[in-house]
Write a protein that binds this ligand. Sequence first.
Ligand code: IDP
Ligand code: MG
Length: 160
Amino acid sequence: SPRSVNSLSMAMERTYIMIKPDGVQRGIVGNIISRFETKGYKLVAMKTRMATKELLEKHYADLTSKPFFPKLRDYMLSGPVVSMVWEGKEAVSTGRKMLGATNPLESAPGTIRGDFCIEVGRNICHGSDSVENANKEIALWFDESEVLDWESHSQSWLYE
Ligand code: IDP
Ligand code: MG
């Protein structure tokens, strides 16, 4: 394989990015994909589907007791979501930076939430907040066989 020693030893991560129903309805799917793609991250899984109550209760397990959880669940069930796994160096923390703050009014311009939305309950995109949670979320939303190992021809143009 033409991979360099460096690229093999560096901390490659996978993060779970999900475009929420408002992002799909508003036609922002392509823009969000494009940002991760042009950053240099590698798309290793993607599908469009309806979420389910069961998936959302696991995905947002830390939030099920919050007063806003029923509204969050209804919002996430209101239309299709786009589930993706993006891979690359520090993809989890960088993905969070690309998303911006949870509250879009506190998200910097140039971030996905900063550029495209206004309210916390309509913030168009999810991104894993730690490597551990990313691995859990990827296993929750995808079968193992749906997450692909493939070698990008850009590898040596992205990593030294
Ligand atoms: P995150 O999506 O930035 O990781 P979390 O705190 O994990 O933020 O919350 C998950 C999602 O729940 C948020 O993206 C947002 O859609 C929703 N949410 C969080 N806090 C509130 C709130 O106070 N009111 C309404 N919805 C909220
Ligand atoms: Mg979160």
